[in-house]
Design a protein around this ligand. Structure first.
Ligand SMILES: [Cu+2]
Length: 268
């Protein structure tokens, strides 16, 4: 025979405090000051465009959400069942129904106009100053710098992995695809996400105002090591970028046998 289960009675006041405490803890967990992948800290032109759109939309949605929530709470408390008789039933209220159709439509138009404008601005690629190709694969990114007059001039194609190095203040066009499954390129501080799909080339512009390392993460589940499929955009002053480029174009030199570089080369 099994022993009867013990029921622990938690006073309702303490239960409420626990619930509020848990809610506050969950909310505070979103407040990291130096989160590398924070969408609220834009560092480039297109990220700023997204930011300038998401603030007002978030505010409008927040106000609407709060009003609906308060109305529900008020109705639930005010009209709760206290054994009173069912009130007289009515049907239809044209003025209210028309108002409640027009008001949300106006709010949606108010959100749609700047949204479409931002989408069109984000799709702009005519004034690109530097082109970089990206290939996603399980579970790393290959970054290719094709021959071009952009990026300060590149006369011989070269390839890097995991890190994309760009000059600051330069409009860089990233053209990407995938060699296996769908991946997604996302550097939150510099622009929105872009899926990288086998057989298709998708473009996303990236630009960093200041030198720095901008972290990103594949954002399309792509297999067991998806969580490890990270990437970085390293923005260098144009002078430093030239030095980096010259280094990349140096002839291949085999690493010294037994060195960490040799170990890395064989692992890769
Ligand atoms: Cu991936």
């Amino acid at each position: 025979m099994t022993a009867p289960a013990t029921v622990i009675r938690v006073p309702s006041r303490r239960r409420l405090l626990l619930a509020v405490g848990a809610l506050v803890a969950v909310m505070l967990s979103a407040c990291a000051e130096d989160a590398a992948q924070d969408t609220w800290q834009p560092e480039g032109e297109n990220a700023n465009r997204i930011h300038n759109l998401q603030w007002p939309v978030f505010a409008i949605a927040g106000v609407v959400g709060l009003l609906v929530f308060l109305a529900i709470v008020w109705i639930v408390i005010r009209y709760r069942d206290r054994g009173q008789p069912i009130p007289e039933q009515s049907h239809g209220k044209p003025a209210l129904e028309i108002a409640l159709t027009i008001l949300p439509a106006l709010i949606l138009v108010g959100v749609a106009v700047p949204t479409v404008g931002t989408l069109m601005a984000l799709a702009e690629t005519d004034d690109t100053e530097c082109s970089v190709n990206v290939y996603g694969q399980q579970w790393w990114w290959e970054v290719e710098y094709p021959e071009q007059e952009g990026c300060g001039g590149i006369d011989r194609e070269f390839v890097t992995s995991g890190q994309m190095v760009i000059p600051t203040g330069t409009k860089v066009l990233v053209s990407g695809t995938s060699r296996d499954v769908i991946h997604s390129w996302w550097i939150p501080a510099l622009n929105g996400k872009k899926d990288m799909v086998p057989g298709r080339v998708h473009t996303v512009r990236t630009q960093a105002d200041e030198p720095g390392i901008y972290a990103g993460q594949c954002t399309e589940f792509c297999g067991l090591s998806h969580a490890n499929m990270r990437m970085e955009v390293v923005a260098l002053d144009p002078g430093d970028f030239e030095t980096w480029k010259a280094n990349q174009l140096k002839p291949y030199a085999a690493p010294e046998e037994g060195s960490i570089a040799a170990e890395g080369e064989s692992a890769f």
